[in-house]
Design a protein around this ligand. Structure first.
Ligand SMILES: *[C@@H]1O[C@H](CO)[C@@H](O)[C@H](O)[C@H]1NC(C)=O
Ligand SMILES: *[C@@H]1O[C@H](CO)[C@@H](O)[C@H](O)[C@H]1NC(C)=O
Ligand SMILES: *[C@@H]1O[C@H](CO)[C@@H](O)[C@H](O)[C@H]1NC(C)=O
Ligand SMILES: *[C@@H]1O[C@H](CO)[C@@H](O)[C@H](O)[C@H]1NC(C)=O
Length: 391
């Protein structure tokens, strides 16, 4: 029996090695936990990146949808320290994932490397330092293109992209590459990050200016998780230095006061959200807060010379995002993390076909977890996507 099961796992290993995706329905995956019990179709696939991460994608549709083959697929992409579950955590009538499926869309949920609901890595486990050895540039150059290409291959259609926060940022980065942007039909960017120079979030500012880089590899910290002892100690230091009651309202301090996130669901949300990410992803974001740019990871003088042949890291040039790509930018006036000035800078640099949905009362997270987003935001997304039957 033992030999048989070893043989089976070896064959499974080989099959994952040779095909880039397998239909797979894990007991502890997103389909099982969040989707099927609500009566939707849900299938899970694995997409292998060039550096051998195994990303899970879930495909969700309504059981009574009749024209799935005629609509463009929608790809939902989560932010930093989240997973694909973020689109499914509220009720059926409140969560964008379910709303789109109920409206007849073919919904695909993306999951960034190392997030909780992904399948892992072909060679490393979460206990290995290599599992956390990546930064935002890997999301842009590997995760987003592999997932979009996979969806394109299965559906033969161009994709309606929806990104939240760092998910939007990854979209902007990836769309500066024509090979990726041509896979996309339209894009909705919710609470979009690209520039962080005007961020009002005190924790983010303090973290960026004093602390986070010191946590870097020198200390042997590769994984960033709010439940790690060291990270907690650092947060405590920031919080007491700035007289903030972090434990009460950590997320609100980072993102701003939410308008309609249901506070009595906090325990439920925190069961799934605030997932781990790589320390380098956090360090990279801290670099952007300090530099005010939208650039690749700064490896230091010699590291940059080696990596990029330049002494400072190259920028993602937003003007390379195709002007003809229809984009809906949705952002809030109470978002501490993403300042209105920084969003308008994105708009100006892309200088393309852009619509704006500005909601003064909204903070960062309201666009994805707010229980009123189905009134203020999602109808606009549906109409922006329209009756999109092209390929
Ligand atoms: C979509 O599928 C339906 C039935 O499954 C079929 O009648 C229709 O022709 C298909 N449309 C396209 C564009 O393939
Ligand atoms: C499918 O049925 C559900 C429940 O009756 C409804 O809410 C939803 O809008 C329907 N979806 C489609 C695509 O017909
Ligand atoms: C907030 O969530 C709780 C628990 O799910 C629910 O009972 C309550 O109705 C929700 N309130 C609002 C305003 O959505
Ligand atoms: C934006 O695009 C328009 C034409 O589409 C052009 O006339 C204008 O100069 C551009 N603005 C900038 C800042 O590049």
């Amino acid at each position: 029996m033992v030999i048989l099961s070893k043989l089976i796992s070896f064959l499974l290993f080989l099959s994952i090695l040779s095909v880039s995706s397998t239909d797979l329905d894990r007991k502890n995956g997103i389909c099982e936990i969040f989707v099927r019990k609500k009566g939707f179709n849900c299938h899970e696939f694995i997409v292998r990146t060039s550096d051998l991460f195994l990303l899970s994608i879930q495909r969700i549709s309504s059981k009574n949808a009749t024209n799935l083959n005629e609509t463009n697929p929608v790809f939902l992409y989560h932010g930093i320290m989240q997973g694909g579950d973020i689109w499914l955590l509220n009720d059926r009538k409140e969560s964008l994932g379910f709303i789109l499926a109920d409206a007849g869309f073919d919904v695909w949920i993306g999951n960034t490397r190392s997030s909780s609901f992904t399948t892992g890595h072909l060679l490393y486990s979460e206990y290995d330092e290599q599992y956390w050895d990546w930064n935002f540039d890997d999301i842009v150059s590997k995760d987003v293109p592999s997932m979009l290409r996979f969806i394109r291959r299965v559906t033969k259609k161009r994709i309606l992209f929806v990104g939240f926060s760092q998910g939007a940022m990854a979209g902007f980065g990836a769309f500066t590459n024509k090979k990726v942007s041509r896979l996309v039909e339209k894009a909705v960017m919710l609470s979009p990050v690209a520039y962080l120079s005007n961020t009002k979030s005190i924790i983010v500012r303090m973290g960026a200016s004093f602390f986070l880089d010191k946590l870097d590899r020198a200390l042997g910290v590769y994984r960033f998780s709010l439940s790690d002892e060291l990270v907690r100690q650092i947060l405590e230091t920031i919080c007491s230095a700035s007289n903030l009651d972090c434990y009460q309202h950590l997320l609100q301090l980072i993102e701003g006061p939410s308008y309609c996130i249901n506070q009595s669901r906090t325990a439920y949300y925190s069961k799934y959200e605030l997932q781990s990410t790589s320390m380098n992803n956090i360090v990279h974001m801290a670099q952007l807060v300090r530099s005010g740019g939208f650039s690749k990871y700064d490896h230091g003088f010699f590291g940059n010379l080696f990596q990029y042949l330049t002494i400072s890291p190259p920028s993602y040039k937003l003007k390379k995002v195709p002007k003809g790509l229809p984009i809906l930018l949705a952002f809030g006036g109470n978002d501490y993390l993403v300042d209105v000035k920084d969003v308008l800078r994105i708009k100006k640099e892309i200088n393309g076909s852009m619509e704006i949905l500005f909601i003064p009362e909204y903070s960062h997270g309201d666009f994805v977890l707010g229980t009123c987003a189905h009134l203020h935001v999602y109808p606009r997304i549906l109409s922006f996507f329209g009756n999109n039957m092209t390929s």
